[in-house]
Ligand binder design. Structure first.
Ligand SMILES: *Cc1c(COP(=O)(O)O)cnc(C)c1O
Length: 356
């Protein structure tokens, strides 16, 4: 389907808004959804008429491929409101490119760019009252694609549905997290789908993460599947290590998700004159640095929490506590990113995207 096709969107407005039933000061992440959703079906080799309808359950046949073979990909992004009630997205072009990269890896059709932005911006305009002002407020936006063809043969489907739903969010993962460095299980493998936001990647982490949680660790930092000697990323965040005054983060690969927040942190480090090495990070060097007192910080970077401080890690029976340094880099990156996202600071790299 050509990218220049410009279908109008069919809009069916919700009769009543649910917004007055929502306590915006007490939101549990990802549990409340706005009044509308965007949908577009792929059949007969083409994306059909895009629609916006009231947020509602969908009827899908039990034989739909998504239920059997996990042919599903998603994205996670946020919309922000500034003090003048203008709505902004943060580098949404990267989310658009990434959902299509994920889709291609799962043998799913790519979604046209004009449909994506037109659908997203029309939806955000309809539901803009759900985006609250303030640095700790945003609207989490979840685009996703599922295989809907009702036929259980193990092959790519011929029918798909692209959907966008939105959920009001407060700051997520504000508590610092304790993590385990993976020694047994793996998140992704060479030549696999680790770089894609493929639904199955997350299901596969739940069991090992449950075990970690029963030991008092909220998350796992995954290591490379072949040797478990190199630190890669967390379940939904890329990871940065600060040794003395230098940052280190793993290079992206087919095992690691190419995060928008990670990319932005690397650029901000550059802007601030902080050295950031992008190279394999060994478990040994991080443990050695921790023993020597040179390991100052570990933090995760991802859209949901922006930056999450990691306050302790365990590996091979050794536990290290990491108190927050007075000059925390993670804190600085978080404040800078939030200011850029909420239009409170100059946007030197053209990252903000206005929702018209
Ligand atoms: C989404 C995600 C990230 C973070 O990516 P952002 O674009 O910064 O939100 C990192 N790792 C994994 C595995 C993810 O799914």
């Amino acid at each position: 389907m050509s990218l220049t096709n410009t279908h109008q969107i069919d809009i069916q407005n919700a009769e009543n808004s649910k917004i007055n039933d929502v306590d915006f000061n007490n939101l549990k992440f990802g549990t409340i959804f706005t009044d509308h959703m965007f949908m577009c079906d792929y059949v007969d080799g083409a994306w059909q008429q895009p629609k916006i309808v009231p947020y509602q359950p969908m009827t899908i046949e039990p034989s739909a491929r998504v239920f059997h073979y996990g042919q599903a990909v998603f994205e996670g992004m946020k919309a922000y409101k500034d003090e003048d009630d203008k709505v902004w997205l943060f580098r949404p072009d990267l989310n658009f490119e990434r959902i299509n990269k994920s889709a291609a890896r799962l043998a799913m059709p790519e979604f046209p760019k004009n449909y994506f932005f037109n659908g997203l911006e029309t939806l955000l305009n309809l539901d803009k009252d759900w985006i609250k002002k303030g640095l700790d407020r945003s609207l989490y936006v979840r685009p996703f694609v599922i295989a809907t063809e009702p036929a259980i043969s193990a092959s790519p489907a011929s029918a798909y549905r692209f959907i966008i739903i939105c959920s009001p969010a407060m700051a997520y993962y504000t508590e610092p997290v304790r993590v385990l460095f993976a020694e047994k299980y793996s998140r992704s493998a060479n030549g696999g789908v680790g770089f894609a936001k493929a639904a199955g990647n997350y299901a596969a982490q739940f069991y090992p993460t449950n075990i970690a949680q029963s030991q008092g660790y909220q998350q796992i930092i995954w290591t490379d599947a072949s040797t478990h000697q190199f630190l890669e990323e967390a379940g939904t965040m890329n990871i940065f290590f600060r040794v003395k005054d230098k940052l280190i983060t793993a290079p992206t690969s087919d095992r690691i998700l190419d995060g928008v927040t990670r990319k932005s942190v690397i650029q901000l480090a550059n802007d601030m004159g902080i050295t950031c090495e992008v190279r394999p990070v060994s478990v040994k060097e991080i443990k050695d640095a921790a023993f020597d007192g040179d390991l100052k910080e570990i933090f995760g970077a991802g859209t949901a929490a922006v930056i999450s401080r990691i306050c302790a890690f365990e590996h091979g029976g050794d536990v290290f506590e990491l108190p927050e340094p007075a000059d925390s880099y993670g804190k600085k990156f978080k404040a800078t990113l939030l200011d850029i996202q909420h239009n409170r600071r100059e946007d030197n790299h053209g990252w903000r995207h206005p929702v018209k």
